[in-house]
Design a protein around this ligand. Structure first.
Ligand code: FES
Ligand SMILES: [Fe+2]
Length: 382
């Protein structure tokens, strides 16, 4: 395993990528688990998936399995799914509704606030403090209609990290606020099991040098993407729809009801934000698409993609198929490219890495962040 600073610039227009081992070495992935996914704010569950007190869902964050739930007051809560007695997984059902969580081994029982409320013979052990032996709590935030968690003992500032990425991309959080994402409703969700390292997916999302080659439908809607320059290279720059295009749909036909508060420069335009390490947000005038990535191994990433619309659009059963089809196709095209790139990462030809053209140079900032975050002295500087 090599944790290194990026090497000397390549001659001329090209900049270096990370070397191939970053994309397949289990030791690099282990460092990423420990220092990125277990230390960052991770967007894990759509709030509507946990609508009522007691609704719960298990999620994997880094090496940890977590129970995400709502207590009786409806507040989002997250716990390590590890019994405080002898360590069994307390909850073994993927999702559902619970009044309490009872471990299946010796029946230690925890309430929705994680407190230990019952155990065989507990009354004969008065010295056992029920709070101390409650489920271990994980930091939680609700934002954009999603539940975000951080398993770090001292989570980084949500404002500096998550909102910082938003500000870097669109200038101010207000530019995202216009879309009212927290009030939108899930119209469709598609999951993808991608046989590629998570960083290939992020790097792919950050550039549009590939758009002309693999995204004919997308470049029909946003012709400027055919030039290869992503909308992520400049602050608050978006991809403008083509003249004849009526909406962000697979054939450029009109979409559904527009989001009421978007600014004039957000109409007929596509914006994309990458929030490290696991979220992409795509904003168009009538819907918002949110990707959440869950790396499950050095060469495998589970991606959930949500298409969010105004509640009326979903409730009235308006036709969202053409809207969904466009980005579903883009996803399939992108993930196919990532999967076909993954084997090359292990080739000796890629041992020193590849190159970034000028339209991809901004990806090196992601590489710098990654190296800084997983390098051995990262704990002191993170
Ligand atoms: S391991 Fe959970 S009650 Fe014993
Ligand atoms: Fe793409």
């Amino acid at each position: 395993m090599i944790i290194e600073q990026l090497t000397e610039p390549l001659p001329g227009s090209l900049m270096p990528t990370l070397s191939g081992s970053y994309y397949h070495d289990p030791a690099v992935f282990a460092l990423e688990q420990e220092r990125i996914f277990e230390k960052s704010w991770m967007c894990v569950v759509h709030a509507a998936d946990l609508a009522k007190p007691g609704d719960f869902k298990l999620v994997q964050v880094g090496r940890e399995q977590l129970i995400i739930t709502r207590n009786r007051r409806g507040e989002a809560r997250a716990y390590f799914n590890v019994c405080r007695h002898r360590g069994m997984q307390v909850c073994t059902t993927e999702s559902g509704n619970a009044r309490r969580f009872q471990c299946g081994y010796h029946a230690w029982t925890y309430d929705l606030d994680g407190k230990l409320i019952a155990a065989p013979n507990l009354t004969k052990m008065p010295d056992v403090d029920k709070d101390t032996y409650g489920l271990q709590t994980v930091a939680v935030r609700e934002w954009l209609g999603y539940i975000w968690v951080c398993t770090a003992e001292e989570p980084p500032s949500f404002e500096e990290t998550v909102l910082g990425d938003v500000v870097d991309r669109v200038g101010e959080v207000e530019n995202l606020d216009h879309y009212g994402v927290e009030n939108l409703k899930l119209g469709r969700r598609i999951a993808y099991d991608v046989q590629a390292n998570w960083k290939l997916i992020i790097e792919n999302f950050m550039e549009c040098y590939h758009c002309a080659t693999i995204h004919p439908e997308l470049t029909n809607v946003i012709p400027q993407f055919a030039d290869g320059w992503a909308a992520q290279t400049k602050v608050n720059s978006g991809g403008v729809f083509g003249e004849d295009v009526e909406g962000f749909t697979v054939d450029g036909s009109a979409g559904v009801t527009k989001l009421p508060q978007i600014a004039p420069d957000q109409d007929r335009t596509y914006f994309a934000i990458t929030i490290r390490p696991n979220v992409f947000i795509n904003m168009v005038p009538d819907h918002v698409i949110v990707h959440r990535m869950f790396p499950t191994g050095p060469k495998r990433t589970y991606v959930e993609c949500d298409w969010l619309f105004l509640p009326d659009v979903v409730d009235q059963g308006m036709d969202i198929d053409k809207s969904v089809q466009l980005f579903d196709l883009v996803n399939q095209q992108d993930f196919d490219a990532c999967e076909k790139t993954q084997p090359g990462m292990e080739s000796r030809l890629y041992a020193e890495g590849g190159s970034l053209v000028p339209a991809e140079h901004h990806i090196s900032e992601f590489h710098d962040w990654l190296i800084k975050t997983i390098s051995p002295n990262a704990q002191a500087t993170a």
